[in-house]
Write a protein that binds this ligand. Structure first.
Ligand code: SF4
Length: 310
C-alpha cells in the first residue's frame, strides 16, 4: 500500500478501507498543527496508478480463502468492503472531477462499496459548485469529517484556520442540500486561557444551525515544533488549564440543542466517552464533572505533558 508518513483517520473509520488519496494538507497554516510535519512536502495528490494498485491489493483482503476458486472469480469485484476512507488531511480539496475518478476506481474494485469518506476543510466545500456537490454525493461521497475546530471567530483568525464561523453554517447547508452528511471535530482549548466558556458558547451557536451526525471533541495538545508554541513563548497566547478545557466541553454539551452524537475519542482525550444528544446529555455532563472532581488538574496535566504523539 502507498501510505506516506503517519496516516490519520477518525476513530469511527476503524472498519473502513483506508486508501491514500492525498498526503499532507493544502492549507498547512494552522498554528497549533504538527500533524504532517514529517512529510518533505506540504501537499501531494496520490497518482491514480497508486490508488488503483492499492485498491487491487486491498481486494485480496476481502476474500474468504476457503471459498472455491470459481466462486471467487465470479464475484471478484464484489468483495465485502462497504466503506472506503480516503487518507490525507483534506482529500475533499481535490477537484470534483478528480474525486469522481477516484470514486470510479473504488467502484471498479469494490462494486458493493456503499460510501466514500474523507477529511475536508470548510474551504474545500466552498470551492465546489452545488451541482458538483450533488454529483459527488451520487458518486458515493458521504460522511465527511470536517475539523471546524470552533465557532469562535477570534480563535479561528488567531490560529490561521482560513475561514470564519459564518462559513461553517453556509457550507454545511450546501452539504445538507447535496445530501452529503458530515461529522465535526471540535478543538477544546483553541480559544485560550480564560476564554474557553465563551468559545464553547460561540461554537454551540454555530453548530446548532448545522446538522453534523457527530461532534468529536479533541483536546489541544501543544508541541514545541508548532507555531503556537512560539506565540506562547512570545507572550501572545496562553494555554487553558486542563480543568478549564473540561469546563469548556461541559458548556458546549449543555448549549447544544441539535440531535447528534457527542464523542471524546482519540489520544488527546485522557478519558474517552460517547453518547447521543439530547438523550444522554445529563450522563455526559456527570461524566465530565467526575473527570474534573475525581481526576483533577494535576493528573490531567501529567497526561497531556507525557503525550508524545497524537
Ligand atoms: S487544515 Fe488541518 S491538517 Fe491542515 S494545517 Fe490545519 S489543522 Fe493541520
Amino acid at each position: 500500500m502507498h501510505y506516506t508518513g503517519t496516516i490519520w483517520r477518525p476513530p469511527y473509520e476503524a472498519d473502513s478501507l483506508i486508501i491514500e488519496a492525498t498526503a499532507g494538507c493544502t492549507h498547512h497554516r494552522c498554528k497549533f498543527c504538527t500533524l504532517y510535519e514529517d512529510l518533505p512536502f506540504k501537499f501531494r495528490p496520490s497518482p491514480m496508478e497508486y490508488i488503483e494498485t492499492d485498491l487491487l491489493e486491498a481486494q485480496t483482503w476481502y476474500h474468504d480463502p476457503l471459498r472455491k476458486a470459481e466462486e471467487r472469480l465470479f464475484d471478484i469485484a464484489e468483495a465485502s468492503c462497504k466503506r472506503v476512507f480516503l487518507a490525507g488531511a483534506n482529500p475533499f480539496g481535490l477537484k470534483a472531477r478528480h474525486l469522481r475518478e477516484i470514486a470510479g476506481l473504488v467502484r471498479k474494485y469494490f462494486l458493493g462499496c456503499e460510501s466514500i469518506g474523507c477529511f475536508s476543510r470548510i474551504t474545500d466545500v466552498a470551492t465546489k459548485t452545488d451541482e458538483e456537490l450533488r454529483e459527488l454525493a451520487a458518486a458515493g461521497y458521504d460522511g465527511l469529517t470536517i475539523g471546524v475546530e470552533t465557532g469562535d471567530d477570534d480563535a479561528l483568525a488567531f490560529m490561521g484556520k482560513g475561514y470564519e464561523a459564518k462559513d461553517i453554517v453556509e457550507q454545511c447547508a450546501r452539504l445538507d442540500s447535496a445530501g452529503i452528511s458530515y461529522a465535526f471535530f471540535y478543538l477544546v482549548g483553541i480559544s485560550g486561557r480564560g476564554r474557553g466558556i465563551e468559545g464553547a458558547r460561540r461554537t454551540a451557536e454555530i453548530v446548532n444551525r448545522t446538522n453534523p451526525w457527530l461532534i468529536g471533541a479533541n483536546m489541544l495538545t501543544i508541541y514545541k515544533s508548532s507555531e503556537l508554541y512560539q506565540e506562547i513563548l512570545a507572550g501572545n497566547w496562553e494555554e487553558e488549564m486542563e480543568v478549564e478545557k473540561y469546563e469548556e466541553v461541559k458548556e458546549l454539551v449543555a448549549s447544544l440543542t441539535i440531535q447528534t452524537e457527542f464523542a471524546m475519542l482519540g489520544a488527546s482525550n485522557p478519558v474517552m466517552l460517547r453518547g447521543a444528544l439530547p438523550e444522554h446529555k445529563s450522563q455526559i455532563l456527570s461524566a465530565l464533572d467526575a473527570i474534573i472532581n475525581d481526576i483533577g488538574e494535576e493528573r490531567l496535566r501529567d497526561y497531556r505533558t507525557n503525550l508524545r504523539h497524537l
